[in-house]
Design a protein around this ligand. Structure first.
Ligand SMILES: Nc1ncnc2c1ncn2[C@@H]1O[C@H](COP(=O)(O)OP(=O)(O)OP(=O)(O)O)[C@@H](O)[C@H]1O
Ligand SMILES: [Mg+2]
Length: 357
């Protein structure tokens, strides 16, 4: 549905050239919810703006629903208003001098996707129903809460029933609780309409919970494009591993096939092919895969350490365990009997470790 090939975009600034996008490839299937995730300045907005037709790429090709809208080679450039796209931005950009109805009706009465006046009312009411704002047609746009304004922006983006919806950090102006509610809501709406969505965020929790597919970006490149679960459990490199979710890192050295020497002692771990014995590596493991047991544990090879902090969070508890020079964070279910200062052993299973060159 959205196909991007070799997309490149540079900007010239007073400090010199900035390569905002370095030949990225991206595929979003029909009806799929795809999230672009990455730190500030990695090229998320630039990607979205190129898809929208608000930015002219230097090189590459963009296809929307099989139609080429951008091709540097064929010198094709379809302008934004002819791309059949709905957009929602961080600043909702709803018009303060209009009421809710007028705001949402705007794309139906102006521009490329105008419809006969007799259809406007019904389309606006349908759009409002979708975002659960029915009955608020007459309300001045300024008399709405942040969450309601965001929904108006969504309704307006979707009122023309575009094939593609682009969203750039649409929830970042909302407070934490509302953001979480709207997150669930937003995905439901997009899914029920079946619109193909490209969604930008720098918030990893948001990306994991929203996306059918997540693209982790850094410095103008897509490092990994996969399901949220794949990204979380099999990050392709150190950047993805540290950017998405909590992770423990330990330095080590390849000791043989499937074996790594580390400050925790010898560990079994999936060493990538081609790494020679002695190669320096970084081992990574999620806190929920670090198991803590009493020192009397049967497992005599398990590293021993001391609990240095405990953070009780209700459903889980986070323990910091110091083992010689290494501190591991362990996430345990519920309250745990272990307390600060206690001696413990730490158990990990080989298949939970990730090994990065
Ligand atoms: N119009 C412009 N002129 C010059 N440089 C630009 C312009 N737009 C973007 N850039 C640069 O391109 C790079 C990518 O910017 P982009 O806005 O795509 O980042 P982003 O991932 O959306 O970041 P954020 O999370 O902060 O919104 C940055 O280094 C940025 O400074
Ligand atoms: Mg941005």
């Amino acid at each position: 549905m959205i196909t991007i090939r070799g997309l490149q975009k540079s900007f010239t600034t007073r400090q010199g050239r900035v390569d905002a996008l370095k030949k990225i490839n991206l595929d979003v299937d029909e009806g799929e919810f795809c999230v672009l995730l990455g730190p500030s300045g990695c090229g998320k907005t630039t990607t979205l703006r190129c898809v929208a037709g608000l930015e002219r790429p230097d090189e590459g090709e963009i296809k929307l629903g099989g139609r080429v809208v951008n091709s540097s080679r064929a010198r094709t450039y379809v302008p934004a208003e002819k791309r059949d796209i709905g957009m929602v931005f961080q600043s909702y950009a709803i018009w303060p001098h209009m009421n809710v109805f007028q705001n949402i009706a705007f794309p139906l009465t102006q521009g490329q996707k105008r419809v006969p006046q007799s259809l406007v009312g019904e389309k606006v009411r349908n759009a409002l129903k979708r975002v659960h704002l029915d009955g608020l047609e007459e309300r001045p746009a300024t008399d709405l809460s942040g969450g309601q304004q965001q929904r108006v922006a969504m309704a307006r983006a979707m009122v023309t029933e575009p094939k593609i919806l682009l969203m750039d950090e649409p929830l970042s102006n909302l407070d934490a609780r509302l953001r979480e509610q709207m997150r669930v809501e937003l995905r439901k709406i997009a899914k029920s309409v079946g619109v193909t969505t490209l969604y930008v965020t720098h918030d990893q929790a948001e990306a994991l919970s929203l996306g059918d597919k997540v693209c982790v970006m850094n410095e103008g490149q897509i490092l990994q494009m996969a399901t949220p679960n794949e990204i979380y459990s099999h990050p392709v490199d150190l950047f993805v591993a540290q950017f998405v979710g909590e992770m423990n890192f330990v330095k080590g050295e390849v000791a043989g096939p499937g074996r790594v020497a580390s400050p925790l002692g010898p560990l079994s771990a999936p060493v990538p092919d081609g790494l020679p014995v002695g190669a320096p590596v970084t081992l990574a493991i999620r806190p929920e895969h670090v198991h803590v047991a009493p020192p009397s544990s049967q497992d005599v090879t398990a590293p021993r350490g001391r609990v240095t902090s405990k953070n009780y969070l209700g459903d889980t508890a986070l323990l910091e365990v110091e083992i010689d020079s290494v501190t591991l964070l362990a996430k345990l279910a519920g309250d745990t009997a272990f307390s600060v200062g206690e001696q413990v052993t730490v158990q990990t299973s080989a298949d939970r470790w990730r090994v990065f060159p």
